[in-house]
Ligand binder design. Structure first.
Ligand SMILES: NC(=O)c1ccc[n+]([C@@H]2O[C@H](COP(=O)([O-])OP(=O)(O)OC[C@H]3O[C@@H](n4cnc5c(N)ncnc54)[C@H](O)[C@@H]3O)[C@@H](O)[C@H]2O)c1
Length: 494
């Protein structure tokens, strides 16, 4: 559901999860009204939004995304009367959630869906006593909510199909993956899986079999890497070799009778609590929670991006987000008669954490990556998008000249200008300049020659009429621009 109009999202309870929803909605370009009765909650929320904003930015901000679009409500009633959607994120306790949900439902119009972020409570219990109970459901996210796309949607006995549909549309609009849990069950799906692992960990620590660090190593050097792309079942299908899951079950089926798991949790004694907490503190190696959160966010973004070209798991949503941000952004795709800026300014960004080397400066290869995104913007502007590519048409770069002028440092704002130097039926010659967006200093330039190809037959082919007309119009508008001094240079010692 790309292109849903900006809305106002209500966030009730602004701890870890409420703050995460706030960032996700603001990054999508929506307004947020938040409320939490704890003293100092507003300041804490604003600080949490500031802390998470760079990570949300790396994943991509929609046009209109603005931290100042966060407002604070005086009371729950005040919030409920001002918003199009309510996301409740108060402590995991039915006695706290139920009266609050009833109060919110008493004020919010019948069209406003009220979603609880509960990790495992039954929606049938939560919607009891609410006005218009059919609009109450679970929307269970995963921390950090502004990065992880999964949200489990669980209906209670009174929840309407329309509310479930609205939830799917709403979460899809936030570029999430709404997973509808078809049977109302405690713990839903993902937390049941996590809980199995978690209980096993508690036993193994309690029995002195392993430390928290060893058990984390047992995940992140092995199965954890597989889970991000393929989950447990498809991974085990591969574990069966050519015979797949059938062979795998034949081989490991007897192990299911072995005492390989103890699903019943151990008693949470003070010794066990101490072993778990001390183990994790030792693993933190003196790093603060803020440092660890930054590190977690950076690797999550990197993992999700690495899945993008493979079309696996969350990588698909990274691509979807890019396409939607472009679609919602300006300038829109060029069409016949539109004026053309000379040069074009289609892309702005900031220097990202994985673009810098040990000096804190942007690495050589990262300049080309950034120029690649600028080219992507040009392609989309002329109508070369997912549909064009999936029909087998695209450009291949055949020659690139980079000129490094000044270094760029972590978080520096960057602006790219694009000049089309020439285009014919099958070739495109253009020039991008990268500037510091605040100082205007020139940082780097690239001149490139591209060939238009048909990937299905593996040869060059003429541009289709839409992009051809757009590029011709741009080349005409750019014809009077001075040719940049970096164009056509040859490298040599003389
Ligand atoms: N932390 C996670 O990883 C995670 C993941 C998914 C879902 N959840 C669920 O999200 C919900 C919130 O969890 P959290 O981790 O953000 O907790 P948290 O303790 O960080 O935040 C809870 C917030 O609710 C506020 N609050 C308490 N009573 C309130 C009331 N009556 N009205 C309004 N606000 C009130 C508190 O002041 C606090 O800011 C829980 O239902 C939890 O199960 C948590």
């Amino acid at each position: 559901m790309a292109g849903t109009a900006p809305r106002t999202i209500g966030v009730v309870g602004t701890g870890v999860i409420g703050a995460g929803w706030t960032v996700r909605a603001l990054a999508r370009g929506h307004a947020v009204v938040a409320w939490d009765p704890a003293p100092g909650a507003e300041e804490r929320l604003r600080a949490a939004v500031d802390q998470a904003w760079p990570s949300a930015t790396r994943l991509g901000l929609f046009p209109g995304a603005d931290r100042s679009r966060l407002a604070w409500a005086a009371t729950a009633d005040d919030l409920a009367g001002r918003v199009d959607w309510i996301q409740e994120n108060v402590p995991e306790d039915e006695d706290v959630k139920r009266p609050l949900l009833q109060a919110l439902a008493g004020v919010a119009g019948p069209e406003v869906v009220i979603a609880s972020s509960s990790s495992g409570l039954l929606p049938t219990r939560l919607q009891e006593g609410c006005r218009y109970p059919e609009r109450v459901l679970i929307g269970h996210p995963f921390n950090p909510v502004y990065l992880l796309p999964l949200v489990e949607v669980v209906a209670g006995r009174q929840t309407s199909i329309e509310a479930v549909d609205a939830a799917q549309t709403h979460y899809d609009d936030l570029v999430m993956h709404p997973l509808v849990v078809r049977t109302e069950i405690e713990g839903y799906l993902s937390d049941r899986l996590q809980e199995a692992l978690w209980r096993e960990i508690l036993h193994l620590v309690n029995d002195g079999v392993a430390t928290t660090r060893e058990l984390d190593e047992a995940v992140y050097y092995g199965p954890g890497l597989r889970w991000a792309g393929m989950g447990t079942n498809l991974t085990f299908h591969l574990a069966g070799g050519k015979g797949g899951m059938r062979h795998m079950l034949g081989q490991f089926g007897p192990a299911l009778k072995l005492p390989w798991t103890k699903l019943e949790a151990p008693d949470l004694t003070s010794d066990l609590i101490e072993a778990m907490a001390a183990g994790c503190e030792e693993q933190a190696e003196g790093r603060s929670m803020t440092e660890l959160e930054r590190l977690r966010d950076d690797y999550l973004v990197n993992v999700m991006r690495s899945l993008r070209p493979l079309g696996l798991g969350a990588g698909q949503l990274v691509a979807e987000r890019e396409a939607r941000i472009h679609e919602a952004g300006l300038p829109a795709q060029w069409s016949e008669g539109d004026p053309v800026a000379a040069p074009l300014t289609l892309y702005e960004t900031t220097v990202e954490p994985d673009w810098v080397d040990y000096n804190g400066h942007m690495s050589e290869w990262a300049f080309l990556t950034a120029f690649g995104w600028a080219s992507d913007k040009l392609f989309r502007y002329v109508g070369i998008d997912e549909d064009y590519r999936s029909a087998g048409h695209t450009f291949f770069t055949v020659e690139t000249h980079l000129n490094y002028v000044r270094e760029a440092s972590l978080t520096d704002p960057l602006r790219f200008t694009t000049q089309v130097l020439g285009v014919d039926a099958k070739r495109l010659h253009f020039f991008h300049a990268m500037e510091h967006a605040t100082t205007g200093d020139l940082l780097c330039t690239t001149e490139q020659m591209l060939l238009h190809v048909d990937t299905r037959v593996g040869s060059t082919t003429p541009l289709l009429p839409g992009p051809a007309a757009a590029l011709t119009a741009i080349a005409k508008a750019h014809a009077d621009l001075p040719v940049p001094p970096q164009v056509g240079q040859v490298m040599g010692l003389t």
